[in-house]
Design a protein around this ligand. Sequence first.
Ligand code: ADP
Ligand code: MG
Length: 240
Amino acid sequence: MPLIEVVEVWKNYLLGEVRVEALRGVSVAVERGEFVAITGPSGSGKSTLMHILGCLDLPDRGDYWLDEDRVTQMGSDERARLRNEKIGFVFQNFFLMSRTSARENVELPLLYTDTPAKKRREIARRMLQRVGLQDREEHFPNQLSGGQQQRVAIARALVNHPPLLLADEPTGNLDSQTGQEIIALFQALNMEEGVTIVIVTHEPDIAAQARRQIRFRDGVIAEDSVRREVALGSGRGEGA
Ligand SMILES: Nc1ncnc2c1ncn2[C@@H]1O[C@H](COP(=O)(O)OP(=O)(O)O)[C@@H](O)[C@H]1O
Ligand SMILES: [Mg+2]
């Protein structure tokens, strides 16, 4: 069974009298271990799908299965619990807590677990090391560059070891060099930790780094392609 299975999902927004059809019958499956880039013009429904994948919002119609749980049948408490366990989310604007250190930001998701304080600190330190920030533990967000802040956000997203990392325009506020470094980090985490990654990007250079690209247009999937040389060389079993 795939990690993510979205079946005929529809989502409308009501803006005054005007109905916006953000998603119009989207179906997609993502296997464990995949690295997927979602592209497409502004307003094509990318963020709407990411919010559904992230259990932050529900579709009007259709089904969403995450790791064998039927999200579309769950209540909001159950969905929140699933989100804490299974999903790390990274945003364009980092969303770090400004008055707490990099380490404390990374510790945040562990506060909802019964991990003792000393252990939390140790785990957060190790996670910051993993993203290359071992010497920035006690820095506050405003003492870090954009790329460093995004690394803190990635460490925080992954500190609970969720199987799924979602990132909506994670390089949108970074220069292209820094953006490439962040993508290289995603790739390393995908290869070495096996975390499944879905990112939204409108930058072709960034999307080209993913094995699979899904292109949205007007609330539907216009194209879904796997890079051929990687697909042949990866040795991934079909549906294994
Ligand atoms: N909260 C909302 N209220 C009303 N319309 C919305 C809302 N969120 C998104 N939309 C509309 O839904 C469509 C898809 O938006 P979105 O998923 O954010 O696109 P993308 O991320 O691809 O730019 C757009 O037309 C957008 O204006
Ligand atoms: Mg968007």
